[in-house]
Design a protein around this ligand. Structure first.
Ligand code: URA
Length: 212
């Protein structure tokens, strides 16, 4: 098992094309947010590929059949604040019944431990497939801490959906959560000294919400 065994790169041409548009520094904020929504919808297809399916009796206009339907409790989508919110609209467009939660963390500069400043999670997490959303897997520390928190609230079946990942982030995250598959649209070269992904796309939160 290598450190990248849990990583799936979604190489679909539509995803790759839209991601390239997003990387352009001249991509306007409203276009950036729309493209992230569109990519999230497309990536949802891959992230949910192995969901359990059961059958339900459905009466068509002609006869009754055993039709495939998603099994078990509704999925949980958990946004890692704040950039994770940029993936929610696309995910909810294709999984409208999903329950939605939020994890906001900051790092205590004295203890260096992550502290949650906002936590609002759906009930019965242990029985749901949880998809944690964070577009940028950079150092991997905040995503790993967010998944620690989600696990501590009972979740056992978790996937992480990102847009861009750095090798450092994948290594850190996979070492702490080898049971959590990671989905990304691209694995970039690495991090700069400030922790930004290269070549990357800049600060995802600022670009989604036009805060710079
Ligand atoms: N977070 C971002 O938004 N961008 C990066 O490049 C790294 C972390």
């Amino acid at each position: 098992m290598t450190e990248f065994d849990t990583l799936t790169i979604v190489t679909h041409p539509l995803v790759q094309h839209k991601l390239s548009l997003m990387r352009d520094k001249n991509c306007a904020s409203q276009d950036f947010a729309r493209l992230l929504t569109e990519i999230s919808m497309l990536m949802a297809y891959e992230v949910t590929r192995d969901l359990a399916v059961a059958t339900t009796a459905v009466e068509t206009p002609l006869e009754v059949m055993d039709a495939p339907t998603l099994a078990g409790k509704k999925l949980a989508l958990i946004s890692i604040l704040r950039a994770g919110n940029g993936m929610l609209e696309g995910m909810r467009a294709v999984i409208p019944a999903a329950r939605v939660g939020f994890v906001g963390l900051y790092r205590n500069e004295e203890t260096l431990e992550p502290v949650d400043y906002y936590l609002n999670l759906p009930s019965h997490l242990s029985q749901r497939h949880v998809i944690a959303l964070d577009p940028m897997l950079a150092t991997g520390n905040s995503a790993a801490a967010a998944v620690d928190k989600i696990k501590s609230e009972g979740a056992v079946n978790i996937s992480l959906m990102t847009l861009l990942a750095a090798p450092e982030g994948v290594r850190t995250f996979a070492a702490r959560h080898p049971d959590v598959p990671i989905f990304t649209a691209a694995l970039d070269r690495g991090l700069n000294e400030k922790g930004y992904i290269l070549p990357g796309l800049g600060d995802a939160g600022d670009r989604i919400f036009a805060t710079k």
